[in-house]
Ligand binder design. Structure first.
Ligand SMILES: *[C@@H]1O[C@H](CO)[C@@H](O)[C@H](O)[C@H]1NC(C)=O
Ligand SMILES: *[C@@H]1O[C@H](CO)[C@@H](O)[C@H](O)[C@H]1NC(C)=O
Ligand SMILES: *[C@@H]1O[C@H](CO)[C@@H](O)[C@H](O)[C@H]1NC(C)=O
Length: 410
């Protein structure tokens, strides 16, 4: 087949540069970012896209020079690379994402919005377009309502109307000169789909022990699955990890689930780049019964605080060296907004690889069961390159019905 998916190509690419591209470092700041969101966001759902954020930072790298550039590269873990090497990698990713595919839909809108009157260097504009498929738009931030409409329309157009109302007038004022907007939508088809007729209403127990009714999908099949110890003695200290492959083989979603009586907060501190590797390497193909909520999760993140926490400061201050972007002084980044959206449902383009059993039974446990009826972690990862496309957690599944699917109450 002549089809080359994003990560098939990434794999090909990794033959050339994979040995040096620090996907491990990206995993590292992703975990740091997750921890930061967890610490500041109380018990909310979380989702962000490390891949897309790396592309957004690529824009700032192209515009930065001197100590500002050095700081970004250091914080992103690019110190070990030759200058600009990461840009060629990001360029490949960006090209592959914008190519049309049937197995999954991924839309990334990545652009700078600059105050009218700031001249932007042509070379920077060309590099943005060529390397990162990103654009520069001139706006008048003092007209904050008009700017908001403009940016939201732009994002909507780039994401086939899937991401709406990204920014609000509160985000801008006359002091804003530069805003970076990064939005990403993803929907993949499962390699082995869930049959809609097997979806039932289930109780989901939150960490505060309240319950909500959610649509629970079901299937039994061969998946990569593992049980791991969290080091506690209680009930063997076991938690479960399941890898659900997307149709484009090299991409899969990992679900990490604590025992029913254990809040996710006891599992989260374990999260480390090495552990993610270990999960990915240790899960074994076996027959598993899977109960997974149908869910949609989206989150809008002001990346400024998070970047600061990761050590990126200079681009946000008056002394920022953005001379590759514009000769004009006093240009610095005021706002970085990142929004991710991911949808998980039964769909696949092929009928499920038939497993005759359709009845749901929690009694006869013939195979390992993973019943995702309480808060869980998830991430979408390339098997081959190890790059993480999305990372997050689901604490409140009932807030995830933005896609408007109905389901039968059975
Ligand atoms: C920005 O960095 C470049 C390259 O190091 C340097 O030549 C230039 O003087 C710096 N400009 C400012 C305004 O700091
Ligand atoms: C809308 O998005 C498409 C790409 O999805 C782009 O080619 C086009 O220029 C965009 N239109 C506007 C008005 O931004
Ligand atoms: C689910 O979506 C509907 C409209 O699509 C909305 O009215 C309802 O409040 C949503 N439920 C929750 C719990 O968010």
């Amino acid at each position: 087949m002549a089809y080359f998916g994003l990560f098939t190509l990434l794999a090909t690419q990794s033959v050339v540069i994979g040995a040096t591209f620090p996907d491990k470092t990206i995993t590292e700041w992703s975990v740091n970012m997750y921890n930061h969101l967890r610490a500041t966001g109380e018990d909310e759902n979380i989702i962000f896209s490390p891949l897309s954020i790396a592309l957004a930072m690529g824009v700032m790298e192209l515009g930065a020079q001197g100590s500002t550039l050095k700081e970004i590269r250091h914080s992103m873990g690019y110190d070990g690379l030759i200058n600009g090497e990461e840009i060629s990698f990001l360029k490949d990713i960006s090209n592959m994402i914008s190519a049309e595919k049937s197995q999954y839909v991924m839309k990334i809108a990545n652009s700078l919005f600059v105050q009218d009157g700031f001249h932007i260097n042509d070379e920077f504009l060309q590099m943005m377009k060529k390397c990162l498929n990103a654009e520069v738009h001139h706006v008048d931030f003092s007209q904050n309502v008009a700017v908001t409409n403009y940016i939201n329309k732009w994002v909507e157009n780039y994401t086939n109307s899937l991401l709406k109302d990204l920014v609000s007038p509160r985000d801008f004022d006359a002091a804003t000169h530069l805003a970076l907007i990064n939005a990403v939508y993803f929907k993949g088809n499962w390699k082995s789909q869930f049959r809609p007729e097997n979806t039932r209403t289930f109780s989901f127990t939150k960490d505060d022990e309240s319950e909500v009714q959610i649509p629970m999908m079901y299937q039994q099949g061969e998946f990569y699955y593992g049980e791991f110890s969290d080091g506690s003695n209680e009930a063997g200290g076991i938690y479960q990890v399941l890898e659900l492959p997307y149709e484009t083989d090299d991409l899969s979603m990992f679900l990490v689930l604590s025992r029913q009586e254990v809040p996710l907060a006891t599992l989260e501190p374990l999260l480390k780049p090495q552990l993610i590797e270990e999960w990915a390497n240790s899960v074994k193909k076996q027959k598993v019964e899977v109960y997974l909520p149908r869910f949609t999760v989206e989150q809008e993140i002001d990346l400024k605080d998070i970047f600061k926490a990761l050590g990126v400061n200079e681009i946000f201050i008056r002394d920022a060296n953005l001379t590759a972007m514009s000769d004009k002084k006093e240009l610095f980044l005021s706002k970085v907004v990142h929004k991710s959206f991911i949808e998980v449902n039964e769909e696949g383009t092929e009928a499920a690889a038939a497993s005759g059993i359709t009845a749901i039974s929690r009694m006869a446990v013939l195979y390992p069961q993973i019943i995702v009826d309480h808060p869980f972690l998830f991430f979408v990862r390339s098997k081959i390159s190890g790059l993480i496309m999305f990372m997050g957690r689901v604490m409140h599944p009932e807030t995830m019905n933005t896609s408007g699917h109905d389901f039968e109450e059975l």
